[in-house]
Design a protein around this ligand. Structure first.
Ligand code: ISL
Length: 556
């Protein structure tokens, strides 16, 4: 067992726009994050992942970068960033930057320059295609065609995400070098880690063949399977590693939709010198129907367990993953697969237990640690996310579906579920700021907020602190081998972790009903390390699990 700092780390994701507004413009900012660093330190997290803070017209809230070397006006200045970075370091924490490589904003100087037809050094930074019609039938992740015609350029450009996010051409040597020096710029400023956005899409196929639209992939746009993990992608990461990552004491986590465990191993196998770890999507796609992510089918625990187990076993001893159930693109898991009314606290703690005890580095998305829930706005006017707004327009206006029916999908899956302001206290605007925020606060803020959670020893927040404390104390949580238990059970997820003479038993009830389970005769007397209910005296052979109950046992 070789100790690796980032394997031991817990990462906290800040969505800067919604974390804390310090200057009264309704938008979160860098100074606001700095104000809350003691809170994060006390929670026990090691790394703060900062969502994109670069200059951006905010079509996709920072994921459309118009200048990689400047800070977005709404968030503050480069001085504010430097101060935040040093305050994070002063508290013994580290900073992870979100790096967007697949596309820029259409307002980026490169894209503007690339429009001039003819002999132009920037033309091939993007995918421009001349002709009378779109080069193929590809659709974007955010709905509608993946091609847009530009009058000035007299050509179509490719955008896998919004029309304001043109895809960069990674086969272009000069462009790649530009990107490597941009990454070194941030590392030279003291950044400790990168979260690499959507990077398994970097390579596009040499031919622009049509996609099979009748069979959309569960999580990718209908063209996604033609693009994801394209030929030559590993060469790019080996080059990037050599040019950038290997020169710094840093770590990388790659966000990749449409990746199998086999492919995940290729990307993160430490001997291949590409990426350190991966955030995969397969387990989050179990409730997506054949029509894609807006079509919701019931959650299946057996399917979920199979995916988790496949990844755990595939990467064991070789690669590494980021563990998560929440982020800024996903609805809140307590509302999605738990029960956000009667069992909000129990189910939030249960999901946290299940995720934090697996092998990998756990990610906590802001507000998850207090059990924040999904949002339901009556009017589409109150939504802000480009993907959600496009979906509403296409479904209602183009396909003629009713407002009520489309809103049902949006309540379940909109990314805005996770983007409402952080709930700090029960004052007006939940302590996020002093004026109406850019997106409305969840009305449950009087009940669900940090101040209240700090004062309640049984809160979700105190439970997260315990989980993190356990991770720092028992190596088995970080380095132990994984083996599944009760594989056939449809309501209970249980597994074992082992390292030398330490064994951890984790048992989680994913249902609202009581479950009787037999974990087998223990080899030694197990002790209960943590549970989300008062302890019950039962042998491991006859556990009676209450709704959403979670327990962690240690045996030596
Ligand atoms: O979340 C998804 C669909 O809602 C995914 O398809 C997601 O868009 C994809 O995995 C990439 O996500 C990342 O890049 C996007 C950005 O909008 C997301 O917020 C980001 O996490 C484009 O930069």
């Amino acid at each position: 067992m070789t100790r690796t700092w980032w394997k031991e780390a817990v990462i906290y994701q800040v969505y800067p726009r919604s974390f804390r507004d310090s200057d009264g413009d309704g938008i979160g900012d860098l100074k606001g994050i700095e104000e809350k660093l003691d809170y994060l330190k006390e929670l026990g997290v090691d790394v703060i992942w900062l969502g994109p803070v670069y200059k951006s017209p905010n079509d996709d809230y920072g994921y459309d970068v118009s200048d990689y070397y400047e800070i977005m006006d709404e968030f503050g200045s480069m001085e504010d960033w430097t101060s935040l970075c040093s305050e994070i370091h002063r508290r013994g924490m580290k900073i992870m930057m979100d790096i967007i490589l697949n596309h820029t904003s259409d307002e980026h100087a490169w894209f503007q320059a690339s429009k001039t037809p003819g002999n132009n050094p920037y033309r091939d930074y993007y995918y421009w295609r001349e002709g009378d019609s779109e080069p193929n039938n590809w659709e974007s992740f955010f709905g509608g065609s993946a091609w847009k015609y530009d009058e000035e350029a007299r050509a179509y450009y490719l955008h896998l995400f919004s029309v304001k996010q043109p895809d960069l051409n990674w086969s272009h040597d000069v462009l790649r070098r530009e990107m490597y020096s941009m990454m070194r710029f941030w590392l030279d400023k003291g950044v400790d880690a990168f979260r690499l956005d959507a990077v398994n899409l970097l390579v596009k196929p040499g031919e622009w063949q049509d996609a099979e639209l009748a069979e959309p992939d569960h999580c990718l746009a209908p063209c996604g399977h033609l693009i994801a993990n394209g030929e030559g992608i590993h060469d790019i990461f080996q080059e990037m590693n050599n040019e950038v990552f290997s020169r710094y004491p840093m770590f990388t986590v790659a966000e990749m939709a449409g990746v199998s465990a086999e492919e995940g191993l290729l990307y993160t196998d430490s001997t291949r010198k590409e990426l350190d770890s991966i955030i995969y999507f397969e387990h989050m796609d179990v409730d997506n129907g054949p029509g894609g992510r807006w079509e919701t089918i019931p959650f299946s625990l057996p399917a979920f367990k199979q995916i988790i187990t496949r990844w755990q076993l595939m990467l064991q001893g070789k690669g590494w993953i980021g563990l998560y159930l929440n982020n800024h693109d996903q609805p809140r898991v307590v509302s999605r697969w738990g029960n956000d009314s009667r069992y909000r606290v129990e189910s939030a703690k249960m999901f946290a237990t299940c995720i934090h005890m697996l092998q990998g580095s756990p990610y906590i998305y802001q507000g998850e640690e207090i059990g924040m829930t999904n949002i339901r706005f009556d009017s589409i006017q109150d939504y802000r996310d480009v993907e959600t707004l496009n979906y509403y327009r296409i479904e209602c206006e183009n396909k003629g579906r009713s407002h009520e029916v489309v809103m049902r999908d949006i309540y379940l899956k909109s990314r805005d579920n996770a983007r409402t302001p952080m709930q700090w206290d029960d004052s007006v605007y939940a302590g996020f700021g002093t004026v109406q925020p850019w997106i409305d606060v969840n009305p449950n803020y009087k009940e669900v907020n940090v101040e209240k959670a700090l004062a309640d020893p049984d809160s979700v927040l105190h439970y997260y602190r315990e989980l993190i404390r356990l991770r720092k104390r028992y190596d088995v949580i970080v380095y132990g081998d994984y083996s599944p238990l009760l594989e056939e059970h449809s309501e209970v997820f249980a597994y074992r972790r082992t390292l030398n003479d330490e064994t951890l038993l984790v048992v989680t009830n994913f249902s609202e009903r009581e479950q009787m389970v037999d974990l087998g005769e223990p080899t030694s007397e197990p002790s209960l390390l943590l549970a989300n209910y008062p302890p019950a005296e039962e042998p491991l052979t006859a556990l009676r699990l209450r709704p959403f109950e979670a327990r962690i046992y240690l045996a030596r």
